[in-house]
Structure formats: C-alpha cells, structure tokens
Design a protein around this ligand. Structure first.
Ligand code: HEC
Ligand code: HEC
Length: 244
C-alpha cells in the first residue's frame, strides 16, 4: 500500500514536470537563437540543400530571383548566415511571415541540418541581373545617405556581412526593400537590428526613397550575377505557366 502510493506520487510528479515542459515552450528569440547556433555548427551539404529547396520553388521559383513587385524577395546569392537566421526567426515566429511559415514546419523543412543545407544552396544561386529599381531621380543624395547611415553595417556595395548576419541588400527589388525598411522602422519586423532602427527612425520620406533607390541599383559582383534569361537547370520539371 505504502509502495503503491509512492509510485502514484512519482507518476504524478513526472506527469507534472512533463506538463510544465510541454506547456512552456522556449520563447521565440531563444529558440531561434539555439537553432541558428546548431545550424552554424554544421558543415552544409549543398546537394541535400537542392533537395530541400524543392518546396521553396513554389513561391521563390527555381532561380530564387523574387518578383519585380517585391511580393517575393530575391533570395539567390544571400549570405548563408542571413538565410539561416531568417528561417529560424520565421519558424519561431520571431519574424512574421504567415504565407511562408507553414512551409518552415519541421515536417516540411526539417531541422537545423536542412536549414544549413538549403542556406548553402541558396547562397550559390546566381543572382537576378534585372531586379526592379526606383525612379533614379535622387541618386546622388541616396549615395550620401547610404554612406553616412548604412555602409558601416551593410558594406560599401551592399554586400552584407556574413559574421554579423547582416543581409546582402545589393540588387534587391526596390518594393521589397521599401516594405522591409518600413516594417523595421515601425517595429513590425521584430527581428530587426535595434541599432539600425535607431539609425533610421528620424528618416524623412526623401531620405528613405533616395537611399532605397540607390541600394536597389548597387550591382552584385559579376561572379554572382546570372546571364539574363538564365533558368536553373536543377529543376527541369518546374512548371512555369504561360507567363514565363
Ligand atoms: C508560400 C510561399 C513561400 C514558400 C513556399 C517559401 N517562401 Fe520564403 N518567403 C515568402 C514571402 C512572401 C517572403 C517575404 C515575406 C516578407 O515580406 O517579409 C519570403 C521571405 C523569405 C526569406 C527572407 C528573405 C530576406 O531577404 O529577408 C527567406 C530567407 C526565405 N523566404 C527562404 C525560403 C526558403 C528557404 C523556403 C523553402 C524552405 C521558402 N522561403 C519557402 C514566401 C514563401
Ligand atoms: C547597425 C547596423 C545596421 C545599420 C546602420 C543599418 N542596417 Fe540594415 N540591417 C542590419 C541587420 C543586422 C539586418 C538584419 C536583421 C535581422 O533580421 O536579423 C538589417 C536588415 C536590413 C534590411 C532588410 C533586408 C532583408 O533582406 O530583409 C534592409 C532593407 C536594410 N537593413 C537596409 C538598411 C539601410 C538602407 C540602411 C541605412 C539607411 C541600414 N539598413 C542601416 C544592420 C544595419
């Protein structure tokens, strides 16, 4: 009788501990940080990354070049650490992306290994040579604003910084740049860099438009650019519809 009640008690305690673990998941920032760390410690397998990328082609297309209207960003050529952080943040709900989030579930995307692999695959995709740009009316001012406010972090030519997971922003579609910039500024993009938020919070519309037009025109180096009209041979069966 005595033994039985001890047993019951231990089962009850175990159940409670288990329950606590289940009902209190890690907070988004912490779980994303752990996943980034795990992915960064792996040696990526580009060939497996190509297989993982299959599900991404649905929206990002085989080339990863994004759409001129900015609905989908160019992700081709992005620095691996940046892609890893964005994927971890999106799936942990540390960056809102309701369209894409279901595709980042462990069932569809996998774990840290698949994240590292797909990031390496995306990094080696040649970039869009014809991204959409702004009207080009205030570029001298845009260059000045860039030099004074962005260059230190995003690099002289918008090439980004792998160690600091600062995105490559050169050659990105201008409408996407505008949306992200605005979301970072108003705090809608929760994973934003707080120093960047401070840097831009007093920007006038003229500064914002000029600098993003300038950024969209920063050309990635020739070795990262595809020939116009290039199609990714890794996905020969991808259905491009009649518009392509
Ligand atoms: C259902 C459509 C859809 C699918 C499938 C999808 N994405 Fe996305 N993805 C989006 C949209 C939309 C955005 C831009 C969201 C925004 O504006 O913040 C995005 C943004 C991203 C970004 C952030 C880019 C940046 O510059 O910050 C990365 C990285 C990314 N996707 C990678 C992937 C990968 C890898 C896969 C496959 C595992 C994938 N996506 C599957 C729709 C999708
Ligand atoms: C203190 C460093 C810093 C400064 C200054 C800074 N940024 Fe950023 N920026 C970042 C980091 C880091 C991120 C990525 C944050 C994250 O998601 O982890 C980012 C993200 C972005 C993004 C989103 C890119 C994407 O692919 O989603 C844009 C656009 C951007 N910055 C443009 C600018 C511009 C233009 C300026 C100057 C007016 C600027 N930034 C100044 C560090 C900086």
């Amino acid at each position: 009788m005595h033994r039985l009640s001890i047993l019951c008690l231990s089962v009850a305690v175990l159940l409670t501990i288990n329950n606590v673990a289940v009902s209190q998941p890690l907070d988004p920032v912490e779980s994303a940080r752990m996943e980034v760390e795990a992915a960064l410690n792996l040696t990526p397998d580009v060939d497996n990354g190509r297989k993982v990328y299959m599900v991404c082609t649905v929206c990002h297309s085989p080339e990863g070049w994004g759409r001129p209207d900015g609905r989908y960003p160019q992700i081709a050529g992005q620095l691996p650490n940046v892609t890893i952080k964005q994927l971890a943040d999106i799936r942990a709900r540390n960056r809102d992306n309701p369209t894409m989030r279901p595709f980042t579930s462990p069932q569809l995307l996998g774990g840290a290994k698949e994240i590292a692999d797909v990031a390496a695959y995306i990094a080696q995709l040649p970039m869009n040579p014809n991204n959409s740009v702004g009207p080009g009316l205030d570029l001298e001012f845009g260059a000045k604003v860039y030099k004074e406010n962005c260059e230190d972090c995003h690099g002289k030519n918008g090439e980004g910084n792998q160690a600091e997971h600062t995105p490559r922003i050169q050659g990105q579609h201008v409408s996407y740049l505008k949306r992200q910039f605005h979301w970072i500024r108003i705090g809608k993009r929760r994973n934003a860099d707080q120093k960047m938020v401070k840097q831009i919070h007093r920007f006038t519309p003229r500064e914002e438009n000029a600098v993003l037009d300038y950024v969209s025109r920063l050309k990635p180096p020739a070795e990262h650019l595809a020939a116009p009209g290039w199609q990714n041979p890794d996905f020969p069966k991808y259905y491009r519809g009649s518009g392509y």
